[in-house]
Design a protein around this ligand. Structure first.
Ligand SMILES: Cc1cc2nc3c(=O)[nH]c(=O)nc-3n(C[C@H](O)[C@H](O)[C@H](O)COP(=O)(O)OP(=O)(O)OC[C@H]3O[C@@H](n4cnc5c(N)ncnc54)[C@H](O)[C@@H]3O)c2cc1C
Length: 532
C-alpha cells in the first residue's frame, strides 16, 4: 500500500550548512534555482573543464561530429562552442545523420547529450561517454546557486501535489547523471549494487542523488537551498539580487556580474478555479477528519489528464475511491498515450482506464486487478469498484460538505460526494523575481506563468538571452535532465572567459599602477566582481 515517507535518506547528512550571510555581498555569478541544471553549471564554474575525448572509447560514433570536434582537439570544449554560430556549425548535420538525434531538443543540448551518452536510445550496456573532465582550479569563478527547494535538486526535492516518492520516474536511471558523480554511482552507494539496465528509478532515489551531488563533487559551498530570490534588477556593473531565507525570513543582497536563470518551469501548480472554493475553504479539522482512510467517505476527485494526475492516482491508497475527470481529445491526446505497456505499465493502465471511460465502460471488464510501481511492491486496486473516469465532464456545482455535481459528455448530471480534491492540470514556472525592465528585456511578458515556450525563441538564437543573462535547464524549453549540459556548457564557457579577461585586465592595471606608485600589485579575489 503506498504511503508517504521522507523524500530522502539522510537529508541532514547531505545538506550544507552555510555561515550566516547578512547585509550585502558580491560574487561573479548568481544562479537562480538549485535544480539539476544549476548543479551542472556550478560543477563547470568550479573549474571542471570538459574536453572531447576520442581516445578512451574511440571516436564518437558519428564520424561527421568526430571530424568537426577533432579541429579543436586538446582544447576545452568551450572553444568549439564559442559563439551560437559555432555550435550551430557543429550540429547542423544532426537532422540528416544516421544517429538518432532529438529533433525537439536544442541542437546544443542534443550535442552535449550525445557526447555524454552516445547512442543512449539505441544501445544497452556501459555508457561510453566521449567527454574527459579536467580540474583547473585557477579557472574557477566565484558564484552562488540560490534555490528555494529544501535541498539541492530543485523540483526533485519538492512535492507540490503530494505524490508517492516510490513512483518510478519517466527516464531510465542513466539519464539523470550529472558530470563528476553519476546516478549509478550513487545508486550503488545506496543499495550496494549497480542499478539494473533500463530501470526507472524511484523519485526518492533521484532526489537523494541530487541532494548528495554537491558534496560528492565538491561544490556544496556554492549551493544555497531554502532561499527565495525575490527581486533582481540591473545596476551599473551587473545585477542586484534580493534573497530571503525561507526559514527565518531574513533578507540579504547579492551583487553580481552575471545572472543565470535556472528556476525551471514546474515550481507552481495551476490552482483550482473558484467553483471549488466551498471545498477548499472547509475548516482544516473537517477536511482531515473526512480525509482519513478509516471511516467516513473516502473519495478523491482527481482532475487532469497528464502525468501528475496519473501520479496522484498511483499514490492514492487502493481502498480510496477515485473519480477522475480528464480532457479527452483524439487530436491532442494525453501524454500518457505514448506510454508503452511494457516500459510504463502503470501509466499505460491508467490511459486504458481513461479510454474505457470514453466508451462508457470505465467500471466494466477490468483486465488487471493491480498496478505495478517500478521499485516498489505492486499496488492492488480493484479498478472495477474504485475508479470512475469521466472524460470531458464539467464540475457544475460544489458544496462545502463535499457534494459535487458533474455534467458528463452525455449531458447527464451526476451527483457524487468527495472528501479530497487533487487538481492536476499543469505546473508552471515564474519569472516574477525579475524586475519589470529585466523581464521585458528577456521577453517574458507574462510574469505568472512560464512554460517551455516562454523563452524558447530567445534561447534558440543564444543561451545568453541579453547581455549578462543566461538561461539554462528546463527554462530553455528542454525539460529533461539529459539535455541540461548543453546550455550549461555554453554559459560556463562565456562566464569563465569573461572572468579570465577581466582578471588579465585587472592584473595589467595593477601592474601599471604598481609601476607608477612603486608599490607591489594588490590582488583581487579570484573570480570576484567589482561593483561600481
Ligand atoms: C512530475 C515531473 C516528473 C518529471 N520526470 C522527469 C524524468 O523522469 N526525467 C527527466 O529527465 N525529467 C523529468 N522531469 C523534468 C524536470 O524538469 C527535470 O528533471 C529537471 O528537474 C529540470 O531541472 P532544472 O534545473 O531546469 O529545474 P528544476 O528542477 O525545476 O529546479 C528549479 C528550482 O528553482 C526553484 N525556483 C524557482 N523560482 C525561484 C526563486 N525565485 N528563487 C529561488 N528558487 C527558485 C524552483 O522552485 C525549483 O526548485 C519531470 C518534471 C516533473 C514536474
Amino acid at each position: 500500500m503506498p504511503h508517504r515517507r521522507p523524500s530522502q535518506y539522510s537529508s541532514s547528512e547531505v545538506s550544507h550548512q552555510h555561515p550566516e550571510i547578512s547585509g550585502v555581498r558580491t560574487t561573479n555569478t548568481v544562479v537562480v534555482g538549485n535544480g539539476p541544471a544549476a548543479l551542472c553549471l556550478s560543477y563547470l564554474l568550479h573549474g571542471n573543464i570538459p574536453f572531447y575525448d576520442p581516445v578512451t572509447h574511440g571516436p564518437h560514433p558519428d564520424p561527421v561530429l568526430h571530424k568537426k570536434l577533432s579541429k579543436t582537439l586538446g582544447k576545452p570544449l568551450f572553444y568549439a562552442l564559442d559563439t551560437p554560430q559555432q555550435s550551430e556549425r557543429l550540429t547542423d548535420h544532426f537532422p540528416a545523420s544516421n544517429l538518432s538525434y532529438s529533433t525537439q531538443a536544442l541542437p546544443l543540448n542534443a550535442l552535449l547529450d550525445t557526447l555524454q551518452r552516445p547512442n543512449a536510445d539505441t544501445e544497452l550496456g556501459e555508457v561510453k561517454g566521449r567527454l574527459r573532465w579536467e580540474k583547473w582550479p585557477q579557472k574557477s569563478v566565484e558564484h552562488m546557486v540560490l534555490g528555494s527547494a529544501p535541498d539541492a535538486g530543485g523540483q526533485w526535492t519538492e512535492d507540490p501535489v503530494s505524490t508517492n516518492w516510490d513512483i518510478g520516474t519517466l527516464s531510465y536511471s542513466e539519464m539523470f547523471s550529472l558530470p563528476g558523480y553519476t546516478f549509478p554511482e550513487h545508486y550503488r552507494r545506496l543499495h550496494k549494487k549497480l542499478p539494473p539496465e533500463l530501470v526507472r528509478p524511484t523519485r526518492r532515489d533521484v532526489s537523494s542523488y541530487y541532494a548528495a551531488y554537491p558534496r560528492a563533487v565538491g561544490i556544496a559551498s556554492a549551493v544555497y537551498s531554502n532561499v527565495y530570490v525575490k527581486r533582481i534588477s540591473r545596476n551599473q556593473g551587473g545585477f542586484t539580487v534580493q534573497v530571503q531565507r525561507r526559514k527565518t525570513g531574513e533578507i540579504f543582497v547579492v551583487l553580481c556580474r552575471h545572472l543565470v536563470l535556472a528556476s525551471g518551469i514546474f515550481s507552481y501548480t495551476i490552482p483550482p478555479p473558484p467553483i471549488f472554493l466551498p471545498l477548499l475553504q472547509r475548516p482544516k479539522m473537517q477536511r482531515s477528519h473526512t480525509d482519513g482512510s478509516s471511516g467516513g467517505h473516502n473519495t478523491v476527485l482527481v482532475i487532469g489528464s497528464g502525468f501528475t494526475a496519473a501520479d496522484v492516482i498511483l499514490s492514492t491508497p487502493p481502498n480510496k475511491r477515485i473519480i477522475h475527470i480528464y480532457k479527452w481529445n483524439p487530436d491532442r491526446p494525453s501524454p500518457l498515450k505514448g506510454c508503452h505497456p511494457q516500459a510504463y505499465p502503470e501509466y499505460a493502465e491508467i490511459y486504458r482506464r481513461m479510454k474505457l471511460g470514453t466508451l462508457g465502460t470505465s467500471t466494466q471488464n477490468p483486465r488487471s486487478p493491480h498496478t505495478e510501481h517500478p521499485g516498489s511492491a505492486p499496488v492492488m486496486r480493484d479498478w472495477e469498484t474504485t475508479y470512475q473516469g469521466f472524460p470531458n465532464a464539467q464540475v457544475i456545482a460544489v458544496s462545502g460538505d463535499g457534494k459535487i455535481k458533474l455534467l458528463t459528455i452525455d449531458e447527464e448530471v451526476i451527483e457524487r460526494e468527495i472528501t479530497e480534491l487533487k487538481y492536476c492540470v499543469g505546473r508552471r514556472g515564474s519569472l516574477g523575481y525579475l524586475s519589470t525592465d529585466l523581464r521585458k528585456e528577456v521577453g517574458a511578458l507574462d510574469v505568472a506563468w512560464v512554460s517551455a515556450d516562454t523563452l524558447r525563441r530567445r534561447v534558440e538564437t543564444g543561451v545568453e538571452v541579453v547581455p549578462g543573462v543566461f538561461v539554462i535547464g528546463s527554462l530553455t524549453g528542454d525539460s529533461l535532465v539529459r539535455y541540461v549540459a548543453g546550455a550549461c556548457t555554453y554559459a560556463a564557457g562565456k562566464i569563465l572567459k569573461e572572468s579570465e579577461d577581466r582578471k588579465a585586465l585587472a592584473a595589467q592595471h595593477a601592474g601599471a599602477a604598481a609601476t607608477a606608485t612603486g608599490k607591489s600589485p594588490g590582488s583581487e579575489t579570484p573570480g570576484s566582481c567589482v561593483i561600481s
